[in-house]
Design a protein around this ligand. Structure first.
Ligand SMILES: [Ca+2]
Ligand SMILES: [Ca+2]
Length: 111
């Protein structure tokens, strides 16, 4: 991400009040950058999602509203910690299944 040839790692953190930050660190400890533009960042991944921007970006899910109403967003942050994309995820349609378990296809048994 920062061009030093050593891969960083990233995670959502609780710097201020519960999962409100994205943190990128070098594997030996120094923090590369921190961003506070999320409410609760999850499922963070590095990738060259925007080839028009230098280096890798960080994408993830932001749990904007954890109430019964629920509201999620996906975000993108550039290699210098600046937000460069955000989109609210529409809620599921009424009656849509919300289970995280696979409900289709045949059951399998480990051999
Ligand atoms: Ca590095
Ligand atoms: Ca890029």
């Amino acid at each position: 991400m920062n061009g030093d040839g050593v891969e960083e790692f990233a995670f959502g953190g609780a710097e201020r009040a519960g999962g409100d930050s994205i943190n990128v660190y070098e594997p030996d400890g120094p923090r590369v950058w921190q961003n506070f533009d999320t409410v609760e960042a999850q499922q963070i991944a590095f990738g060259d999602f925007r080839p028009d921007l230098p280096g890798l970006e960080v994408a993830g899910l932001d749990r904007v509203d954890r109430s019964a109403n629920g509201k999620d967003a996906v975000f993108l942050i550039d290699s210098a910690a600046a937000p460069c994309g955000r989109r609210t995820v529409p809620p599921p349609a009424a009656g849509a299944p919300r289970s995280s378990r696979c409900t289709t296809g045949p059951a399998t048994t480990p051999t």
